[in-house]
Design a protein around this ligand. Structure first.
Ligand code: GLY
Length: 342
């Protein structure tokens, strides 16, 4: 078992990492005082873990899996279900699922009855290494992803790596992209450690330790810059180009973690960091992340220019000078366009 404490401005909460801990959920939740506990999950998780979920004897709200559920419609429908069961301010929401369930449930928790307590139980590698901690909760708008949201931290984050056993390979790759990103921006030792394993199966033997190191990187960044005004932006390494790659294909064609992995490689190459990019490529190969996608980087500007993070025509680019060291550089859109279109 590994434990971290994240200190946000309004609260502090623990992140527990332990194989099999989900089976003890009842005991953990009993340590809180509450009247009702409602699990929000998606159909996939419900089908896979139905018995465990029903054994908990909590109310359950099930949503459709996938990004299409991060909408104002699903938000309203879940809120209505909760209110119909007389959800009150003493009650607790348990978010059980990947990033979509976590972001939606967290946003519901932050707004229903002006804010109630919620517990994050991330079930994908991506949500275990990234989205379940740090308090960013949101749903999508017609004008882009995560545009309706808030910063709202959970009561606790419970990470059970055993959920990864049933996770599709594509989702493992996606999470590995973000995990490797944490290593390259902040921790050379983690990068070297990830290099020592031959595959994810080998890494899984030490998953508690790896998640602990990776989450600690994010925790330390969030504690310094909770509201994403400066340092936290380094977590966006590879994301400007990565998001553009994602958008250039049909929704869900390429996984988020793969897209940002290729985004990291492109940025390293654009900034002349050939040696780091080669090391990154060979690490990514170990985890089956190989760029066989057909797109033209020179054409990605069309998607980059509408990025909602661009303010007054200035784009923040995360640059890695050496493995474990990243900083932010500011460019005008025109400068960045020239950079990628040469
Ligand atoms: N996923 C990036 C962040 O939490 O800031």
């Amino acid at each position: 078992m590994k434990k971290l404490i994240l200190k946000s401005q309004k609260s502090e909460y623990q992140i527990i990492i332990e194989k099999g801990i989900f089976k003890n959920l009842n005991k953990i939740i009993k340590s809180y005082s509450y009247q009702k506990c409602v699990i929000i999950t998606d159909k996939n998780i419900y089908e896979l873990y139905k018995e465990d979920i029903l054994n908990l004897n909590f109310e359950v709200v099930i949503i459709e899996p996938g990004e299409k559920s991060k909408t104002i419609n699903t938000y309203e429908s879940v809120i209505n279900k909760l209110l119909k069961m007389n959800f009150n301010r003493e009650d607790i929401i348990v978010s059980l699922g990947g990033g979509v369930v976590g972001d939606l449930s967290g946003f519901i928790a932050s707004t229903i009855l002006r804010g109630v307590r919620y517990i994050q139980i991330p079930t994908t590698l991506l949500s275990q290494v990234d989205s379940s901690i740090g308090g960013k909760v949101a749903i999508n708008s017609l004008y882009g992803k995560n545009l309706i949201g808030s910063f709202y931290h959970p009561l606790e984050v419970i990470i059970d790596p055993e959920f990864l056993i049933t996770l599709p390979k594509r989702e493992i790759k996606s999470g590995m992209g973000e995990l490797i990103k944490h290593a390259i921006i902040k921790d050379k030792n983690l990068f070297d450690l990830l290099n020592k394993y031959k595959s994810f199966n080998e890494l899984y033997e030490n998953i508690e330790e790896i998640l602990f190191i990776s989450l600690n990187i994010k925790k330390e960044i969030v504690e310094i810059d909770e509201f994403d005004k400066g340092l936290r932006m380094i977590l966006n390494f590879g994301h400007t180009i990565g998001h553009a790659i994602e958008k250039s294909f049909d929704e869900d064609f390429i996984s988020h973690g793969e897209a940002i992995s290729f985004g990291m490689i492109h940025i390293l190459e654009l900034f002349g960091k050939k040696e780091i990019s080669e090391k990154l490529k060979s690490l990514l190969i170990k985890y089956d992340i190989v760029n066989n996608y057909d797109y033209d980087i020179k054409k990605l500007y069309e998607y980059i220019k509408n990025d909602k993070k661009i303010l007054n025509d200035i784009i923040n680019i995360v640059v890695v000078d050496k493995i474990g060291n990243a900083h932010i550089e500011k460019y005008t859109l025109k400068e960045f366009k020239d950079m990628i279109e040469v």
